[in-house]
Design a binder for this molecule. Sequence first.
Ligand code: FMN
Length: 389
Amino acid sequence: MSSSRDHANGESTSDIANDDNTATVAPNKVTDEEIEVIKSRKLEGLTIPLKQNVQAKNISTYLEYVMLIHNALPELDIEEIDASTTFMGHRFSAPIIIDSMTGGTDEATVINERLAQVAEELNLGMGVGSQRAGLLSDALMESYSIARKSAPNAFLIANIGGVQLRSMTLDDVKRMIDMIDADAIAVHLNPLQELIQPEGEPRFKGIYSRIVELVKSIDIPVIVKEVGSGISRDVAVRLELAGVKAINIAGSGGTSWAGVEKLRADNSKAVMKSHLGELLWDWGIPTAMSLLEVRRSVRIGVIASGGLRNGIDIAKCIALGADMCALAWPFLKHAAESREAALDYARMLIDELRAVMFLTGARDIKALRRIRYNLQGPLLEWFKAYESR
Ligand SMILES: Cc1cc2nc3c(=O)[nH]c(=O)nc-3n(C[C@H](O)[C@H](O)[C@H](O)COP(=O)(O)O)c2cc1C
């Protein structure tokens, strides 16, 4: 990592939840006015996905083209089903992570507190949103650190954008990790979002070498994730070579960040950005495709994400080879309602997963990884082409 603050060279950054573009990360060095701007952008990153439809329109996860084979004679009682699993040395009660989302505004503090309480109570994983805002002031830091306060034992994942990583010092990264006493850190790759975001920075040159440096410089595992357009085989192989410990594929079929940024572009009358956002709304690799492709190319951990909405989706992803499954938007929707709503939703996901395990005769997650499934339609076509390459 850089030992000097690269922003002095004029580099600016942006992030997934529409952070400010100021690369200075010294705490309390920003004015109250600047903090208000950051807060309102972070708030927009929450309210648009909550109040407007920013889910995929004409693309799906392709999980509907995965058929799990029913087992009419499971030789199991439902009570025996064990959904717990171990990932990165942590024992989880189910292979579920609340995917990286928010921070940097008062509303995010409430959401992160509720989500962390759910993660703690049910022993699930949780990621916070892009954390650079948390480096800018103690007040903003609280919106992230609340996660660790509310979840002293849960597996928590720090978060930073690849674009931002280019202008960060190792010290900055360590402060982000310390902010939530993170068990792992996720670097998000969001080229589509950077393209559409009114203040985006679609400049990815140099991010790979930054990831390589990051892996060497810190002592917690590095995860690299997409945000809804999927990871391909070639990218996965490069990430494995970089020493990354897991890939969160975040494929298309769920929340569309081109969609979120298109609506923001409309608000700021950025006509060309809005046009691109509409055109590329559904751009990406459907989750099931990305998962199969990445799982077959690397040996490191694979987290499935992007449009997973219920326990059947989770079971299918585990059968296709995912180690863990992450969900963002549904958790946000329920947490915005109440802590109980998020807790009920998470409990329901686990119950649904256990039901599918029973119906496929899988006593535990290891067994679920070995069950028979069928691929159909365009997923099968793609798979055949992939295998013959
Ligand atoms: C409101 C919201 C904010 C998000 N912010 C971040 C972020 O700061 N960092 C990140 O890596 N991903 C972020 N994401 C992307 C999610 O982690 C996830 O990859 C993506 O939304 C796909 O999952 P979903 O279809 O279940 O929402 C965000 C998603 C949502 C819905």
